[in-house]
Design a protein around this ligand. Sequence first.
Ligand SMILES: [Zn+2]
Length: 373
Amino acid sequence: MNRTVPQPVRANLADGREILFFSSGVPTVPGVDYRDLPHRAADSPTRLRFDRQIGDWVIVAPARQQRTYHPPREMCPLCPDPDGRSSEIPAADYEVAVIENRFPALSTARVGSGFGLPQVPGFETEAMGYGRCEVVCFTSDHDGSFGALTPTRARLVLDVWAQRTADLLARDGIAEVYCFENRGEEIGVTLAHPHGQIYGYPRRTRRTATMLARAAEHRNSKGGSLFEDIVAHELRSGERIVARTEHATAFVPFAARWPAEVHVYPNRHVHNLTELTDREADDLASVYLRVLRGYDALYGSPLPYIASWHQYRSGTDGSVDGEQEGYLHAELFSIRRSADKLKYLAGSESGRDAFVTDQLPEDVARDLRAVMA
Ligand SMILES: [Zn+2]
């Protein structure tokens, strides 16, 4: 770690799951979770099934059908609960809290350590759903949003993501750590309280594998880093840049798929959030906030978005296949394509993964620049 990040105060919930409290100042004092919950080991495990047509894994998690769905505000499971009887967070208040997901797609609870892939797969190849799913509460303020956080709190969230990334990557059987936020009911968010998620996957995801393969091809043919070259090209071109500071750059990508798609890179090539210096982390958090505030200013109402952080293992010794080419960045995008219209993934996108976009990326960049502070 190139900087000191806060270490969590750890506690356990009534069913044995971990809860971690992170603070920038006075540590949070956890309360006791008095809820009557069955021990999590009794949860039905999830599975990974191999799709031979595509050559990829599908997570099969039927228990997630039961997850909490649009609870009334007074039943919010992510608000602080000093009595320890009604929410997931037994504490009088908190800054940032991380809990193991109560309805995880991937879990270590039933599987122990390791991916558990059969040694000699049959035609139906299935493995236990090993991994880790966490919920990250950005604030105890139910009505807040990431874009409304102070720079100090946004930086704390970045540090929390970094601490979780280092922790999970150090565990056996975790191949990739993915921090993300789904924001807005239109995206499918079932809890209004501002929060994001972290998935520790047991296998490299297909998108990451594709990007690293493209980077390896680029290295072979052009002799440089694909992602460094992309950022350098955007800077030379300039027309899709939406923010540029000493340590971070945000731009609409040349071949954007999604409405309001913006990629945010630190200016120095690092593999993941743990490698940032203090100043780089501050600057990246501040540019990220500016993009989110620009999002909400675009149509004068909260924009539904997905924020997707791409991270890779540290190190340049090539010990992890191809990951030395990986470049930390956030990809943000919306499904809202105008003030009153949503973009649906229909036949071409869902049936063929062939995106059709309704907006010129250069126009999106111009519109975002106009509303970004
Ligand atoms: Zn809440």
